[in-house]
Design a binder for this molecule. Structure first.
Ligand code: SF4
Length: 65
């Protein structure tokens, strides 16, 4: 499992992460980003892409067990 965390003080709800990893990140009806913190390993590439693309560098990723 992967552990995803978003620094809410940094996130500006731009939504680029949603494009890269739609199974992990989503925008709710108020256009606020929501995410799933515990993610299957199969999402690694997508989450890494989201980390890279986030303009606020708000996403961190840890390899869980
Ligand atoms: S890309 Fe970064 S700033 Fe944008 S919604 Fe995702 S976590 Fe927030």
């Amino acid at each position: 499992m992967l552990k995803v965390e978003v620094d809410r003080t940094q996130c500006q709800n731009f939504g680029q992460c949603v494009v890269e990893a739609p199974n992990v990140f989503r925008l709710n009806s108020r256009d606020e980003m929501e995410y799933t913190p515990d993610v299957e390993d199969a999402e690694l590439d997508n989450v890494e892409a989201a980390v890279d693309v986030c303009p606020m560098q708000a996403i961190s990723l840890a390899l869980g067990r």
